[in-house]
Design a protein around this ligand. Structure first.
Ligand SMILES: [Zn+2]
Length: 420
């Protein structure tokens, strides 16, 4: 058992004063409190503006320690504000006036080892043997998920180690359970408590963390395609691209690897994109043909021309006139047969012309937040388990809070008050 008290002595025996522990009455203001103890109201006026705000932080039900003379005059009052600080009202005997201060709460921390047979339930047994209701509640809560209390038997064992802050000999704030164990049906069931007061049945816990990770996701993206223009102005499509279509002259199914644009004879034909003329002349059924090689492996073909203008080997710019609509070769009337090839394979020109962007679903790799879990050991869990098992072998005497002295104060608690 570790005692961490700084200093203590029995104040009451020294000065013949009477120490009283009360609770702050619900609804009471600080002014009400002064009135009850015949302390002049001007004490409030002397409080710094900054300190005044803490007066409304006094919570109803909070434990107030008061010290009285034998005659019943209040000589000191300690009122907690939060868990670390407290209001101190004290009587300066020399000047016969009350003073106000905000000082740290002085408390000690002690560890308590508990081993006890279960006779009724862990909750009742803690209350009966230790007189510590918050501890009983905490233990019930910690085992709630892992143990069915109704299935416990008389003679099962409860063991635990807890830390308790104490102030003036009484528990101050809730107990902190480090480890607890219930042994039932020959099995030891542990609860290990982490720094946040959360209990776990194992000595490690899963902790989630966020990390940057790569994830493959489907996304509709705009893919830049060719920026080919139209091969002639004022177009009317008379026959579309097809891998199998009815051929009106051959009267058979044939592929039509291009698009026919109906137009008047002599209509200028325009290069759909910049490039190099790689063919200019007669080409069997296609009649007079110009072929232009563009970047990215594209080749455009303009067939059935009446007159060719672009010469082989020359460079043409997009929109430049390269020839004129005609009906040369195997043709039923004036039109342009326009073909487009990518790496020597015919593609549907209408899918490429004038469409600067194509929408496609692509699998892309995105950097995203990924929540991962990792196992981390609970601080002190293994050591506490070892300690607890040793304690069970050699059970210590139970510390019962009912028997603690009420009438002693730590010297530090009243030091300032007594000095004035
Ligand atoms: Zn055609």
């Amino acid at each position: 058992m570790k005692w961490l008290f700084i200093c203590s002595l029995f104040f009451s025996s020294l000065f013949g004063a009477i120490s009283v522990e009360t609770k702050w009455t619900e609804g009471d203001t600080f002014s009400d409190y002064l009135q009850k103890h015949q302390i002049p109201q001007w004490l409030i006026q002397n409080i710094d503006d900054e300190d005044k705000q803490f007066l409304s932080e006094i919570q109803s039900g909070v434990k107030v320690f008061e010290l009285y003379t034998k005659e019943g005059t209040l000589i000191q009052s300690l009122i907690p504000i939060g868990r670390e600080m407290q209001i101190q009202i004290f009587k300066d005997e020399q000047n016969d006036e009350y003073l106000f201060d905000i000082i740290p709460i002085i408390y000690g921390i002690r560890e308590h080892d508990v081993v006890m047979p279960i006779t009724v339930s862990p909750h009742s047994d803690i209350i009966n043997n230790i007189h510590h209701a918050p501890l009983a509640t905490k233990i019930s809560h910690l085992f709630k998920k892992s143990i069915n209390f109704r299935k416990l038997h008389k003679g099962d064992t409860l063991a635990l180690i807890y830390k308790q802050r104490e102030r003036l000999g009484k528990p101050f704030l809730d107990p902190e359970v480090l480890v607890a164990m219930i042994e039932t049906a020959g099995k030891k069931k542990f609860i290990f408590v982490d720094e946040e007061g959360v209990g776990y049945t194992k000595t490690h816990k899963d902790v989630s963390y966020v990390t940057k990770g790569k994830k493959k996701v489907k996304q509709e993206v705009k893919v830049k395609s060719s920026s080919f223009g139209m091969p002639l102005r004022h177009v009317r499509i008379s026959s579309r691209f097809s891998y199998k279509r009815w051929h009106p002259i051959l009267k058979r199914y044939r592929p039509h690897l291009g698009v026919d644009f109906a137009a008047k004879r002599g209509t200028p034909l325009l290069a759909v994109g910049s490039g190099k003329v790689i063919y200019s002349g007669w080409m069997g059924g296609y009649g007079r043909v110009v072929k232009i090689k563009h970047s990215n492996g594209y080749i455009s073909l303009y067939a059935h021309q009446s007159r060719i203008r672009a010469k082989k080997g020359t460079h043409v710019k997009k929109g430049q006139i390269i020839g004129y609509v005609g009906s040369s070769g195997r043709s039923t009337g004036p039109h342009l047969h326009f073909g487009l090839y990518k790496r020597n394979r015919a593609i549907n020109p209408l899918k490429m012309i004038n469409k600067r962007y194509n929408k496609r679903t692509k699998i892309i790799t995105k950097v995203v937040d990924i929540i991962k879990k990792k196992k981390v050991p609970i601080k002190g869990a293994l050591e506490n388990k070892k300690r607890l098992l040793e304690i069970v072998k050699n059970p210590p005497e139970l510390f019962n809070w009912q028997g603690t002295k009420e009438n002693f104060m730590y010297f530090n608690d009243i030091q300032k008050g007594s000095k004035g």
